[in-house]
Design a protein around this ligand. Structure first.
Ligand SMILES: NC(=O)c1ccc[n+]([C@@H]2O[C@H](COP(=O)([O-])OP(=O)(O)OC[C@H]3O[C@@H](n4cnc5c(N)ncnc54)[C@H](O)[C@@H]3O)[C@@H](O)[C@H]2O)c1
Length: 337
């Protein structure tokens, strides 16, 4: 049986190992993809540190990686829509019988030489878009896109705040400009992240530790506060801070993941102002990916500045550590099998 390399996480011990495993065979309705690029997300860090646990995984070990691009290497019985050699982006998850399964969490992902996909859970990657940028679209770009356009339903000229301008948040800034939000306020304790947010189109970038943060946001929004606030950090303090500067009828959208409780300090104020807190997860990929790929191809969006470095698959642990410790302030690191 042919073998391949894969970076696999043993869930009970949270041990990440590069292992030789059997190269998968595509079954009926499946395709085999030769992985060209796979992104490293803070969710991978959380899976390894134990703050995130797969809910639907069968067995106790999973190949990580939910941001994956590659080429079709083979097709299973009955697959007619894909042919070997086509460039593709894999969806970061699949809906099976109404339940969302996340790639690299609930089933094997793309930190491997090859990955399997349902023939319906991938889309063609145009030749003009490199594999590294293609890889990050299914999550680091498309998750904020879904949060902005669907869950947060941001309208033109609405004042918005982005907490956490890392891998997802910096793209949120770019996407909020694309949909015409104004002003776009970025909030992050990391000065490099704030500079980057300004370079990508934020109107204002604030330090989350700034004692005058509330006043500055009030000033920037003509006293009204934010129509929409986005947590792209997954930090409980962010939620309290965002609620304190949310306008009447404002929406707080929670994209960052944390296992800590969600608290509303003043329930009466929250109800009186008719505010909303909305959970967000992933995106509707059959809709979002073609939209984003078309905006990139048309020159409206460019994520070339988001690829902070590339490492061979064998150095997956080092890539995780660099993202966790913000070594070199990466936006997205890419693994190349
Ligand atoms: N809901 C989803 O579908 C989904 C998908 C992917 C990732 N996530 C989650 O989104 C979050 C962000 O992921 P990422 O890969 O962009 O991470 P990242 O590490 O690249 O970025 C996180 C950013 O948050 C900033 N931050 C930390 N504390 C802050 C604070 N108090 N206020 C403001 N900013 C703060 C950091 O400085 C950093 O710039 C993670 O929690 C991840 O698990 C959720």
């Amino acid at each position: 049986m042919e073998q391949m390399l894969a970076a696999r996480l043993h869930i009970p011990s949270r041990t990440l190992r590069i292992e030789e495993v059997a190269k998968p065979e595509p079954g009926p309705g499946q395709v085999l993809v030769k992985v060209e690029a796979a992104g490293v997300c803070l969710s991978d860090v959380h899976l390894i540190d134990g703050t995130l646990t797969p809910l639907l995984l069968r067995g106790d070990t999973v190949t990580l990686g939910h941001e994956v691009s590659g080429t079709i290497a083979g097709t299973g019985p009955g697959v007619t829509r894909w042919t070997p050699g086509q460039r593709v982006v894999l969806y970061a998850g699949e809906i099976r019988e109404g339940v969302t399964y996340t790639r690299g969490v609930d089933y094997d992902g793309g930190w491997a030489e090859y990955a399997l996909s349902s023939e319906h859970a991938l889309t063609e990657l145009p030749a003009a878009i490199p594999f590294d940028q293609g890889a990050i679209i299914p999550d680091a770009v498309s998750t904020p896109w879904g949060a902005i356009t669907v869950t947060g339903a941001v309208k033109p000229a609405e004042a918005v705040g982005v907490w956490g301008v890392g891998g997802l948040g910096v793209h949120a800034v770019q996407l909020l400009r694309t949909v015409g939000a104004y002003p776009v306020v970025a909030i992050d304790p990391n000065p490099t992240a704030r500079e980057r947010a300004l370079a990508q189109g934020a109107d204002l970038a604030l330090d989350s530790a700034d004692p005058a943060l509330r006043e500055r946001i009030r000033e920037a929004t003509g006293g009204a506060g934010l129509a929409a606030a986005f947590d792209f950090a997954g930090v409980p303090a962010v939620r309290a801070q965002a609620l304190s500067v949310l306008a009447a009828k404002g929406r707080l959208v929670l994209v960052g993941l944390t296992d800590q409780p969600l608290t509303v300090a003043d329930g009466t104020r929250f109800s009186y102002l008719q505010q909303q807190i909305l959970g967000h997860y992933g995106s509707d990929m059959p809709v979002a990916l073609p939209q984003l790929l078309s905006l990139i191809q048309g020159g409206r969006l460019d994520f070339s500045a988001s690829i902070s470095g590339e490492l061979p698959l064998a150095q997956a642990a080092e890539a995780v550590e660099r993202l966790e410790n913000k070594t070199g302030d990466p936006i997205r690191l890419i693994l190349r099998p």
